[in-house]
Design a protein around this ligand. Sequence first.
Ligand SMILES: NC(=O)c1ccc[n+]([C@@H]2O[C@H](COP(=O)([O-])OP(=O)(O)OC[C@H]3O[C@@H](n4cnc5c(N)ncnc54)[C@H](O)[C@@H]3O)[C@@H](O)[C@H]2O)c1
Ligand SMILES: O=C(O)C(=O)C[C@]1(C(=O)O)C=C[C@@H](O)C=C1
Length: 302
Amino acid sequence: MSIDSVAIIGLGLLGGSIGLAVAEHLPGVQTRGFDADPEVRSRASDRALVGEVCDDIVDAVRGADLVILCVPVGAMGMAASAMKPGLADHAIVSDVGSSKQGVAQELERVLPGHTVIPAHPVAGTEQSGPDAGFASLFHQRWCILTPPDGCDHARLAELRGFWEALGSTVDIMDAAHHDLVLAVTSHIPHLIAYTIVGTASDLEEVTRSEVIKYSAGGFRDFTRIAASDPTMWRDVFLSNRDAVLEMLGRFSEDLTALQRAIRRGDGDALHDLFTRTRAIRRSIIEQGQDDARPDFGRGDHE
Ligand SMILES: NC(=O)c1ccc[n+]([C@@H]2O[C@H](COP(=O)([O-])OP(=O)(O)OC[C@H]3O[C@@H](n4cnc5c(N)ncnc54)[C@H](O)[C@@H]3O)[C@@H](O)[C@H]2O)c1
Ligand SMILES: O=C(O)C(=O)C[C@]1(C(=O)O)C=C[C@@H](O)C=C1
């Protein structure tokens, strides 16, 4: 079996980028797409995000070898259920959701007997919608596959090959482990950004518009992350609740330790931590994992 046709459900940042990346890297592969929002469908047609934009989800998935759900994690089950009547028996059903355990359970429940292989391309921006997608989003980025126990090796290899063709490096992981790792590396950083920007805007009453006016450096970076899509992130925190709460407990303890170091004037503790974290940043850059987005750092990203 090979992947000759792909159906993309949800034509926003992720879905649109997959469509454009397939056109660029796998020109022989047909793409069809569907989005629940008619305005998104219209814009997706204008931008030719997929070969054919369908007005009906069942038509979009009919006969497709691979179906990729690119909707918020809270909408995965509903989309899977709606597309079910058109789904071919041989199709691989995958997704791009930012959390994996809940999505996997939902897809297995709705589509028993189908080949479900959840995935998470660890690639994105704070932008969303059909105008946000670009073909190189997955270049030099990880894509984590979380196959269920007993997953067919050949089907897994097909999905791996698909993501590698789009420029990603693929890793295989258990869904629970994925959710714990991503809670630390992605979900809690977003929560911190939402918090700091929210706190600053609450303070604005007191400091007038100074918070916005002087937000040139660190705070500005936080505002980029805090501009991320509210629906997507609401769903991520609801679906990855246990891992996020576990890691948040750990984070709060570390924050309290820092608070104590500042109160006690313990400069060594502060300096030690900041030295350790600077080394981590440097090792990320040395491994060539710095931001690969095409417009990042050019100043027109925001
Ligand atoms: N944004 C990121 O940085 C990023 C990165 C990796 C993974 N993800 C994951 O990718 C998924 C999509 O995120 P995005 O950033 O592309 O969001 P987006 O808002 O840009 O696009 C999502 C699209 O899904 C559509 N949609 C919602 N419910 C639907 C349904 N039931 N049927 C059909 N269409 C429906 C919406 O109309 C919207 O156009 C999410 O699960 C998210 O967790 C996002
Ligand atoms: O770079 C960003 O703006 C992102 O937020 C991308 C990011 C991340 O946290 O790394 C966000 C959510 C994902 O599921 C994967 C990638």
